[in-house]
Design a protein around this ligand. Structure first.
Ligand code: GTP
Ligand code: MG
Length: 191
């Protein structure tokens, strides 16, 4: 529960407000209620969504979404996936399959893989991001829950060790509670 789905809802709204045509893919077919949750975010942000069914192979949802994206005039596709631990081989293999599907269907399109880091998680976050970094093509961080008492200092270690840029911060549970990461503002807030 780091804020992946919530961040996707907020990003959908942000990109839409910038005039982008946004498509979401609801590919967390694993956790009960996850499909309904992302669907609610799509309605809230008033964007289109390609929804999976509970228990469906997530890569097949991504297949449908990438095909739709490639054949329509959307500008941005954001895919929601189930939370997983890096040491669960079958779930990590599933991520590989999702990535292969995206690369195959959208090979000429810029793709980003963002990991969501909950600023309240503490030192454990470094280990988690490191493991995902070594195992996937993650190239950006969304730092959530900066509205809590946690100041997100944990990210300093991560960025220092892995040089993955922080892209966005989550500052609450509402649709507008997202900001582009501003390193100066961030540093000022923790010193
Ligand atoms: N205060 C605060 N709460 C947040 C923020 N981002 C997400 N949340 C809350 O964190 C909880 C979990 O968020 P989700 O978006 O469902 O997290 P997830 O990573 O998709 O979780 P799973 O799908 O279960 O793996 C929800 O209650 C959100 O409202 C944030 O920036 N600030
Ligand atoms: Mg989720």
């Amino acid at each position: 529960m780091f804020g992946k789905t919530t961040s996707i809802g907020k990003l959908a709204n942000l990109y839409k407000s910038q005039g982008k045509r946004v498509l979401l893919a609801g590919a967390d077919t694993f956790r009960a209620g996850a499909i309904e949750q992302i669907d609610i975010w799509a309605k809230r942000a008033d964007v289109n969504i390609c929804l999976g069914k509970d228990g469906q192979d997530p890569a097949s949802v991504i297949y449908d979404a990438t095909k739709l994206f490639a054949n329509s005039d959307f500008d941005i596709l954001i895919c929601d996936t189930a939370g997983r631990l890096h040491n669960k081989k079958n779930l990590m293999d599933e991520l590989d399959k999702i990535k292969r599907t995206i690369d195959k269907n959208l090979h000429n399109i810029l793709t980003n893989v963002y990991i969501v880091v909950d600023s309240t998680t503490g030192q454990n976050a470094t280990v988690q991001v490191k493991n995902f970094y070594e195992r996937t093509s993650v190239n950006g961080i969304i730092l959530t829950k900066l509205d809590s008492t946690a100041k997100g200092g944990i990210i300093l270690n991560i960025v220092d060790e892995l040089s993955i840029p922080v892209k966005y911060i989550g500052v609450g549970e509402h649709i507008d509670d997202i900001e582009v990461f501003d390193s100066k503002k961030f540093v000022d807030s923790i010193i």
